[in-house]
Ligand binder design. Structure first.
Ligand SMILES: NC(=O)c1ccc[n+]([C@@H]2O[C@H](COP(=O)([O-])OP(=O)(O)OC[C@H]3O[C@@H](n4cnc5c(N)ncnc54)[C@H](OP(=O)(O)O)[C@@H]3O)[C@@H](O)[C@H]2O)c1
Length: 309
């Protein structure tokens, strides 16, 4: 059993914190708003956890006795606030604590956090994940970890509560570099399925039939299989990953690629499409709702080039 502080009870964080309780760790949780706590209660019930985590009023209070601090927050500015802002966690941690950030924040944010925490004798591992809420519940996540080998191996028994595999990618920031590369593929694929699904529908094929054929064909990647129900019923299916977060990821991919001089024309096009989806009011919808954007768009011969991309 490890004493853990878990900061951030969004969709993913609530499921992860519940999994840590179900694995009998001693957990203290904190979330910025009250919205995270009912989410955590639901996840604790689903996980069949008999341990209830303590609730802290601030990030600083949550981490006082922690051996490990896990964070699952929206983005880089959020992790910066929670670690270094008012009542932030960093000033309250003891030397030797390991911080493991599971969020997708980008390489620069990870390196900045590592450098500031290392100065205070605190270790930082960037550990973004591949998978979604059902994957957390099934303990099947993939973790891409960047940091010292001994810190990553020390975290493995904790991460086993929700991850099937922890890959030590390399030094600080390399987990984020890998995650941005994985998500470039995921988001391009999501965009491809969205537009091809609407194309099939406009060709007179039913949505269910098109999804059945995509799944059975050479394009039936695991992503296509596990988003199938969401694409089939975008209004009735629970949100797993929002278009707002997709836009955040693609912004990080394009910025990272620009810094490294790496061409990402497809990711750049996907970023423009998510901008359009957010402008159309779809930001809080699941990523599968990109098809909703295309379904509502004018027929191709009425579109300008701008609308096509
Ligand atoms: N959902 C997925 O399937 C998935 C999969 C892989 C990776 N990820 C990544 O995991 C991270 C979390 O995703 P999610 O879907 O769980 O997001 P989410 O449901 O939107 O939750 C975001 C969390 O961040 C907190 N937050 C946002 N801004 C903050 C700030 N300035 N200060 C303090 N807390 C702040 C939110 O607090 P409030 O509750 O108060 O708003 C909430 O706890 C993201 O980086 C995402 O890209 C998600």
């Amino acid at each position: 059993m490890t004493t853990i502080a878990f900061l951030g009870l969004g969709r993913m964080g609530a499921a992860m914190a519940a999994a840590l309780c179900a694995a009998s760790h001693d957990v203290t949780v904190w979330n910025r708003s009250s919205a995270g706590y009912p989410r955590l209660d639901d996840e604790l019930q689903l996980a069949g956890a008999d341990r209830t985590p303590r609730r802290a009023r601030t990030p600083a209070e949550a981490v006082v006795n922690a051996q490990a601090v896990l964070t699952m927050l929206a983005d880089g500015p959020a992790i910066d606030d929670v670690l270094f802002g008012r009542d932030g966690a960093a000033a309250a941690m003891r030397t030797g604590t390991v911080v493991c950030d599971l969020s997708t924040t980008g390489v620069d944010s990870a390196r900045h956090c590592a450098a500031r925490l290392n100065e205070a004798g605190i270790d930082f591992v960037d550990a973004p994940v591949s998978g979604s809420v059902p994957t957390v519940r099934a303990r099947r996540l993939l973790v891409m970890a960047g940091g010292k080998a001994e810190s990553v191996s020390g975290l493995e028994s904790i991460l086993a509560a929700f991850a099937a595999r922890v890959v030590h990618v390399g030094g600080s920031g390399s987990g984020q570099a890998m995650k941005l590369s994985v998500n470039a593929v995921v988001h391009i694929l999501d965009g491809a399925i969205s537009e091809a699904l609407v194309l099939a529908e406009r060709g007179g094929v039913s949505r269910d039939m098109a999804l059945e054929v995509f799944s059975a064909s050479v394009v039936g990647a695991p992503f296509v299989q596990y988003k199938r129900a969401a694409f089939a019923d975008p209004d009735g299916h629970p949100v797993a990953f929002t278009i707002d977060l997709m836009r955040k990821d693609l912004g990080l991919v394009v910025e990272f690629a620009r810094d490294r001089g790496s061409p990402v024309p497809l990711a750049a096009a996907a970023a423009r499409i998510t901008d359009a989806a957010v402008a159309a009011g779809l930001g809080d919808r699941d990523m599968s709702a990109l098809a909703v954007l295309h379904r509502g768009a004018a027929a191709p011969d009425e579109q300008t080039d701008q609308q096509v991309l």
